[in-house]
Design a protein around this ligand. Structure first.
Ligand code: ZN
Ligand code: ZN
Length: 335
């Protein structure tokens, strides 16, 4: 086994570090897991032990259950696993999201997990980590994906909310319950009107507050008294609540979805919502390329999403690039 193979391999259970005998975001329950973050396609319950970033411990526990054995370490702290030096570094994706840095016999490998470069008031900013071998996500790995400035998107959202108020309509905003919903709540102006949440969003809002992230006051829709006037309200709910009886209580309403997928023509219509806001917790094409260059890595593995275009681009730039499988992949709950 070469020094590189000893550090990281793709196995049928996912990314494995043979020298340290642990998996990163394993696809099945294992003995020792290192987790990049709490989204369902990365954090699966049932493993014996987990290592994860301390900032995300509360949200991770909600995913893994109260009995999960989680060793929570601060960003940058080094942990020894059978001679492999392991440390976690901010990925800027959601609260507690981490890149995993492995060092063994002079070789350094970094597994990005999901990441973004854009500013997010609810989590630590992405930190480039120098390495020989970088494993990058590529959820939005196509040149057509170029995110607008977050401030512009938030302005559009405010205008939509105010416009709905003038027409006496509730504003129902769909956003992934972990990460996107809290980022939106932290970014919007709460003086415009009352903010209500679906239970799936509010549970995680509580975890974020518990971790010290300031968020504006919110109330659970399920606790609204009969006869509540929704016409000035912003309601934040997961996309799964769309077109369910749950949304009938709001009367006249306008619906919107905040997601990177809204950059693709036709997505809003397919989702049958009135408005789309382009806001993603993943890197766009330019940010992917920028992040990879910043690592200085010569070997790059590309996983999740649009892999081949990024692999070709990297090969043309003279790097050794390879697309690797992602066992659990869907439009998921974090885009
Ligand atoms: Zn994610
Ligand atoms: Zn993911």
């Amino acid at each position: 086994m070469t020094a590189t193979e000893a550090l990281l391999q793709l196995t049928r259970d996912g990314l494995f570090c043979p020298a340290g005998r642990f998996w990163i975001d394993p696809w099945r329950p294992v003995e020792r897991a290192v987790l990049t973050h709490a989204h369902a396609d990365h954090a699966r319950p049932g493993s014996e032990r987990y290592l994860a970033a301390a900032e995300g411990e509360l949200v991770l526990r909600r995913r893994l259950g109260p009995e999960a054995r989680i060793e929570a370490v601060p960003y940058g702290a080094e942990v020894d696993r059978d001679g492999v030096r392991v440390s976690l570094h901010p990925a800027g994706h959601v609260l507690g999201s981490a890149q995993v840095r492995l060092e063994h016999r002079g070789q350094v490998c970094v597994v990005s997990g999901d990441y973004k470069a854009a500013a997010d008031p609810t989590c630590a900013v992405f930190e480039p980590v120098a390495c020989h071998h970088f494993v990058t996500e590529s959820t939005f790995g196509l040149p057509v994906f170029r995110w607008p400035e977050t401030a512009e998107v938030v302005d559009e959202l405010h205008a939509w909310w105010r416009g709905n108020q003038e027409q006496g309509k509730a504003s129902l905003l769909y956003a992934y319950a972990l990460g996107k919903a809290q980022r939106l709540l932290a970014s919007i102006d709460p003086s415009i009107g009352p903010i209500w949440t679906h239970g799936a969003v509010e549970n995680l809002v509580e975890d974020y507050r518990g971790a010290g992230v300031p968020l504006p006051p919110t109330r659970r829709v399920s606790e609204a008294p009969d006869g509540t006037d929704w016409s000035r309200a912003l309601v934040v709910a997961p996309p799964s609540a769309h077109a369910t009886p749950w949304m009938r209580r709001f009367g006249a309403l306008s619906t919107a979805f905040a997601s990177g997928w809204m950059a693709l023509r036709g997505t809003r219509r397919r989702r049958s919502v009135d408005r789309g806001f382009v806001l993603s917790d993943h890197a766009d094409w330019g940010a992917l390329i920028g992040a990879i260059e910043q690592t200085g890595a010569q070997r790059v593995w590309v996983t999740h999403g649009y892999r081949e275009p990024l692999v070709r681009w990297l090969e043309e730039a003279g790097l050794e690039a390879r697309a690797i499988a992602a066992r659990f992949e869907s439009e998921g709950d974090d885009r």
